[in-house]
Ligand binder design. Sequence first.
Ligand code: PLP
Length: 385
Amino acid sequence: MKSQKPESIAAQALGWIDDTTKEIVGQIHTSTTYIRDPDNQYRNGRVYARDHNPTFDQPEAVLNALEGGHQTLLFASGMAAATAVFQALNPGDHVIAPKVMYWSLRNWLKTFASRWGLQIEFVDATDLDALGASIQPGKTKLVWIETPANPMWSITDIAATCELAHRAGALVAVDSTVATPVLSRPIEHGADFVMHAATKYLNGHSDVVAGAITAARDCETWQRIRSVRAQIGGIAGPFEAWLLMRGMRTLFPRVRTACASAQRVAEYFAQHPLVSEVLYPGLPGFIGHHVAAKQMHGGFSGMMSIRVKQGEAAAIAVAANTQLWKRATSLGGVESLIEHRASVEGEGTPAPSDLLRMSVGIESAQDLIDDFEQALAIAASQAPK
Ligand code: PLP
């Protein structure tokens, strides 16, 4: 076949068949080292498993094909992947990051990356004028964006950001964990790097911690990112890489089911008397909906946040009384999760204290609505009159 649709690429993991065994599911390779040729060469290209484990090959190739990239590398976690991009820069480089972003990476940028000499400036990435004004030609080396962004699901215009950044000589990296390649392919909009916390939707079963970076093309920064992984060694384990490959085969139906259910849940609670606001890019009234509709295809993700009208205590009580929605951090698994986000993120969080972050899984959407509804009713009955 000439060119396969992404659904087929994912389902058949590029259709790789092992030459020797003819098996259609790849193996877990545990060897940490590889034999040298008698003449002292390493003709098979593998020297040591910190960088060359064959178990990485298939998930890297599949994700690379889904993102339309030049090359993809797996990492030990989303954080290992994201921080490798910043570690590829030089002390003194100016970097733009969004005010609304994955909190742990924001904390790392504020602490470690700043101590190490990067000049980090946090801007409202949904405001293109503010973004444009903060980019310093020749000095800004990287613009990092996340879209939709935790935990407000703010949408950043990828194409417009790339235009502004590239004009000033800066690279753009997109944390596309929430969108996944099912809904958005940032490289098509001009991004230089795409990052995933593969822990989330790519794996999809809450049993692997892993990360990935895809590069749009080969360049000096990509070579530096490669050497950060090879030298620092933030690699996924072979079992995790294998599980991730297994999980990615069902990426499309999982993400599509989660999107359809999230849209239903969001529309239902947007009208609810005990809810003050539903934050979901699929709602026509959501700021950023039009940009999301332009750069996302087939859905608006499985992530949303709901603000409980009666305030923080009521929000915590809702999370305490759901049964199907599991009270836990993380996202992108087959099971739905709910979390009072301000208590996780602490100081500096953009999350209001009445906000519950919700990761919609693949259960019945009606069950999810009923469960949240009964928890809202219990919380309301407990609230001081
Ligand atoms: N980016 C986003 C959007 C995330 O939600 C997370 C984790 O929650 C990360 C990055 C970090 O990924 P990991 O937990 O695999 O290090």
